[in-house]
Design a protein around this ligand. Structure first.
Ligand code: PPE
Length: 305
């Protein structure tokens, strides 16, 4: 998706002009996919921009790094503050925030131990990830021919840049075939997640979403949605979903920071009731929660000022 430049990008401790936030072509992570990143959204609230579950995202960034044995040369608090500083400097009322930690210039070869680690944080305005009509009309999904990577191939709990080769293969395949997004099964044939979202399907009145063990990222939106759904009185379970479950689901949605909550209207051309009543209610409640409009979720909303 195209985006517009903002004024500054935070790089290794200071804000630099957007066009000067450059790296060398021999940056280690460019060659080997060894970076870790986050996707976070800042929303407009009555008290100015607030970053939704910022600390949780930064903690996940550090966990991603930990899995890679990458030492980020900043603390969680410093990166939290840097994200706020980047949003403040942009002057944007709402934004998508992208922190990335990567192995820099100076070493080649697969041993990452001697590599230096750089951190950058950019933000920009990002619209509806799966299209403006996502919640009302829903998206068309295709079960991918690409399997989600296995735990002993690429750890799915780490939001590693290289992991996204798998997602890009599935995304392009789905788009070329005329669908909006791909659903990825794991090596056992169970549903894992989508290329950039977690998935929920309703069966027997229960909303089911696959766990990390199925190869899904532990989504922060997935977690927020489970809380919201339960608070709205819906039964939610973390558990297995098969391809058959998808085809006969009572309703379905996908969720992620970029995609927010987005209804699904079909899987492999099998129509699914859309938007389902739970999807509509959860999407609306999520939209209010991220903007600090619901008192019980106010701890999720981290104001930049
Ligand atoms: N699974 C994957 C594979 C994934 O990339 C994301 C986020 C999620 C689930 C949902 O996680 P969370 O954002 O914590 O609810 N995908 C990010 C990157 C999208 C991109 O195209 O880049 C995002 O939504 O920001």
């Amino acid at each position: 998706m195209p985006f517009e430049a903002t004024e500054k990008i935070w790089m290794d401790g200071e804000l630099v002009p957007w066009e000067e936030a450059r790296v060398h072509v021999l940056t280690h992570t460019l060659h080997y996919g060894t970076g870790v990143f986050e996707g976070i959204r800042a929303y407009e609230t009555d008290a100015g921009p607030a970053i939704f579950r910022l600390t949780d995202h930064v903690v996940r960034l550090f966990n991603s790094a930990r899995i890679l044995m990458m030492e980020i040369p900043f603390t969680v608090d410093e990166i939290v503050e840097a994200c706020k500083e980047t949003v403040r400097a942009s002057g944007l009322p709402s934004a998508y925030v992208r922190p990335i930690a990567f192995y820099g210039y100076g070493e080649m070869g697969l041993n990452t131990i001697p590599c230096s680690v750089n951190v950058a944080i950019a933000c920009w305005t990002w619209g509806a990830y799966l299209g403006d009509d996502g919640v009302t009309k829903g998206v068309r999904m295709k079960v991918s021919s690409w399997a989600r990577h296995d735990h002993n191939t690429m750890p799915p709990a780490s939001k590693t840049t290289g992991n996204y080769v798998n997602s890009s293969l599935a995304k392009v395949e789905a788009l070329k075939a005329g669908y909006d997004e791909a659903i990825m099964l794991n090596d056992s044939g169970l549903v894992s997640e989508c290329t950039g979202e977690n998935i929920f399907a309703a069966r027997g009145g229960v909303l089911i979403t696959p766990p990390l063990s199925a190869g899904a990222l532990e989504g922060i939106t997935q977690d927020s949605v489970m809380t919201i759904a339960r608070d709205l009185g819906h039964e939610v379970r973390v558990g297995d979903l098969t391809r058959s479950d998808l085809y006969v689901a009572e309703e379905m949605f996908v969720c992620g920071t970029a995609a927010e909550v987005c209804a699904v209207n079909s899987v492999d051309d099998r129509a699914i009731p859309c938007p389902g009543p739970r999807t509509t209610a959860i999407a609306a409640e999520y939209g209010r929660a991220v903007r600090g409009q619901i008192a019980r979720y106010k701890d999720w909303v981290e104001h930049v000022d």
